[in-house]
Design a protein. Sequence first.
Length: 156
Amino acid sequence: MSASMDQTVRVWDISGLRKGTPNHTPGNFDAFDSFSTVKYVLEGHDRGVNWAVFHPTLPLIVSAADDRQVKLWRMSETKAWEVDTCRGHFNNVCSALFHPKHELIISAGEDKTVRVWDMGKRTAVQTFRREHDRFWILAAHPDHTLYAAGRIAFSH
């Protein structure tokens, strides 16, 4: 999957890469292009998309963008579509992820917040704010309720 400043998320079928060929050179993007195809193009963000990630077990994708929105997408074998939008960030949303065990989405943004969303209701259930930080990236532990938020601290 790729997120792009062209306001799209693209889901790629890379099954051809697994087969390999004698001409495959590691790191060669021409080879990637010859063995991959775009399966879905997700359009719906109004500005560049910074992050997109698959749900660990469900056919869902969450994306985060400079339009201050977190979007939830669903996939089937033949198509992908937008399910809903989480609104509440006041600046670019840099990262988002699914909670590995609960129906929650966590997002981080340049508005100095990390937000927790109810995946079913698409509403914010908790906001964590640090006045002197901008959050850029999130990571979740697969088995425990532990999260890491990468940040840039800035001083006056």
